[in-house]
Design a protein around this ligand. Structure first.
Ligand code: TPP
Ligand code: MG
Length: 560
């Protein structure tokens, strides 16, 4: 075996086939695992991984969507782009939903596709399909690397673009003949990312608005974590005493139970506020499209948007101020600007009012979390699960109502441990995300919350967990329905169709058949012991909890 990275030619060039170049560049960007499902078009990537020093781990799955969801989750959890390698044609098209999810969530992800050979292009070879036009609308960059000699620079560009603000997916494909070909090329040097300076005047303006505000609220979203600003954000919250709501991967930046975390009083906080500062998340349906205040006769709130890059700033909301750039610099700049202000605001009455509302909400929740109802109320599952979660647990949601309950009841103690479907809302991400979480957080609890509907979209990849010895605790909230769709349809039409699933399907038996463990629970008092057995099992284990289909998540919007 030759290690091409360490054997440059006299001119400083590295020799190797296309796969060796691509793998070496990916490794230089921090990648240690590629996710894939076999296809001859991408064999050079496998050979490059096998012969690299150290070898790159090849994690082979049962459906390309799982490969991409896993790579996306690596990007979310580690903030280094994940790498998925998809074979030409159907391999790439099977990955499209997961790539789109990465685009919506700003997840750093690189997808390398195979491609029919250039020397037969247009003659109808197997799986001949021009991928970039399909991928362009859902990626930051989608292109073909036409020559073997272009692969190293092209893959480097794909990683650099994917990991630059605003992060997202990139796609390159390589014609098979060029992938297998050899070239001597200069391998690119990987540079640390540049930090974009936010506009100081805008931060000074925001500091002045904050000093004037009577009832401010801070919202921290996914990009606070993605941009590495979680410590700066917590320092700011604690130093200035501003009540905070978190969403997406911002959950945990202000740890669950922190006196300034008011997510449980979100309605009162955002509805009663006179200044909402939103950091690192779009002003989309999850945040009422950026319209706040107005509750109980209060005037509309002023809104400030801080984003990691200019393209992320809201174009539709009426903003009192905005700034884009590195979010640590933005938050620290805002803190400094507030300190420049002569007026020292006193928000104690506002904060204690919200804290009282948080306590009241927790009181209301407590009753459902202890519910003895038969059939089981989904909240009871969280009543049993939450006290069993360690501070460093990774919790993944894949489902409808069952996952909405998780959003309400699971308040992470650390950032970077919560994976939800995000604004694209794509079911089926669960098994891929769980594979990734187990790989990158080898000693942490990994808990995958699955709706029974969502289970059907990726459960076959339990086989991947088993083959690669990746223990994960799966909890299926089995209400025998596409619950999040059944209830709205009932509400709108008075009936529902296409919303029921077979009653009490034994998803635990599916997991057992694939080599894992599991059990079905129908009695609320048995949930806790079943979870204990799952955590102790050391294998992929699914607790299949039969829940009440008539206990939907109470929601007042459908995201429109
Ligand atoms: C790929 C995909 N298909 C369809 C939907 C629409 N959808 C959103 S939630 C949901 C129901 C999910 O059912 P389940 O996983 O059983 O969770 P439950 O709501 O029953 O708790 C559906 C079908 C979607 N978000 N993604
Ligand atoms: Mg369901």
């Amino acid at each position: 075996m030759t290690d091409v990275t360490d054997s440059p030619t006299a001119e400083g060039l590295s020799e190797g086939h296309g796969g060796e170049h691509a793998v070496a560049v990916a490794a230089a960007h921090g990648v240690d695992t590629l996710f894939t499902l076999s296809g001859a078009h991408v064999f050079p990537m496998y050979d490059g991984a096998v012969h690299a020093d150290p070898p790159m781990r090849i994690l082979d799955v049962r459906h390309e969507q799982t490969a991409v969801f896993a790579a996306e989750a690596v990007g979310k959890l580690t903030r280094v782009p994940g790498l998925a390698v998809l074979t030409a044609g159907p391999g790439v098209t099977n990955g499209v939903s997961a790539i789109t999810q990465a685009q919506f969530s700003g997840s750093p992800l690189v997808v390398v596709g195979g491609r029919a050979p250039a020397n037969r292009w247009g003659m109808g070879s197997l799986q001949e399909f021009d991928h970039p036009p399909l991928l362009a609308p859902v990626t930051k960059l989608a292109k073909t690397l036409h020559q073997c000699s272009e692969i190293a620079a092209g893959v480097d560009e794909a990683f650099t673009v994917a990991s630059s603000s605003h992060r997202g997916p990139t796609f390159v494909d390589v014609p098979m003949d060029q992938f297998f070909d050899k070239a001597a090329v200069e391998r690119p040097v990987v540079h640390p990312r540049t930090r974009l300076e936010p506009d100081q005047d805008a931060l000074a303006e925001t500091g002045a608005l904050l000093a004037e505000a009577q009832r401010p609220v801070l919202v921290l979203g996914t990009d606070v974590w993605a941009d590495g600003a979680e410590q700066a954000a917590l320092r700011f919250v604690e130093a200035v005493g501003i009540p905070t709501v978190t969403n997406g991967m911002g959950r945990g930046v202000v740890p669950g139970g922190h006196p300034l975390l008011v997510t449980k009083a979100r309605g009162k906080a955002l509805g009663g506020s006179d200044l909402v500062i939103v950091v690192g998340t779009p002003l989309d349906f999850r945040l009422g499209y950026g319209v706040f205040g107005g509750k109980d006769g209060a005037p509309a709130a002023r809104v400030v948007h801080l984003a990691d890059s200019p393209g992320q700033l809201s174009g539709h909301a009426d903003l009192a101020a905005s700034a884009s750039g590195d979010l640590t610099l933005a938050i620290e700049g805002l803190h400094a600007a507030l300190e420049q202000q002569l007026r020292k605001p006193d928000w104690s009455a506002w904060v204690s009012g919200l804290q009282a509302e948080v306590a009241a909400a927790a009181q209301r929740d407590a009753e459902l979390l202890r519910s003895e109802a038969d059939p089981i109320h989904p909240a009871r599952i969280y009543g049993e699960l939450v006290p069993r979660l360690a501070d460093d647990a990774v919790v993944i949601g894949d489902g409808g109502d069952f996952v909405s309950f998780a959003g309400k009841y699971v308040e992470p103690k650390r950032p970077g441990g919560w994976l939800d479907p995000g604004p694209f809302g794509c079911l089926g991400a669960g098994l891929g995300a769980a594979i990734a979480a187990r790989l990158v957080r080898p000693s942490a609890q990994v808990v995958l919350l699955l709706g029974d509907g969502a289970s059907g979209m990726s459960l076959m990849d339990v086989d991947t967990l088993v083959r690669h010895d990746l223990p994960v605790v799966m909890v299926c909230g089995n209400n025998s329905a596409w619950g999040l769709e059944k209830q709205p349809m009932q509400m709108l039409y008075g009936y529902d169709v296409a919303a029921d699933l077979a009653p009490q399907t034994r998803y635990d038996e599916v997991v057992k058949a694939l080599g894992g463990g599991g059990e079905t629970v129908t009695d609320p008092r048995q949930i806790g012991a079943a979870l204990d057995r799952a955590f102790a099992s050391g294998v992929p284990y699914l607790v299949n909890v039969i829940t009440d289909v008539n206990a939907p998540y109470p929601r007042n919007t459908f995201g429109v």
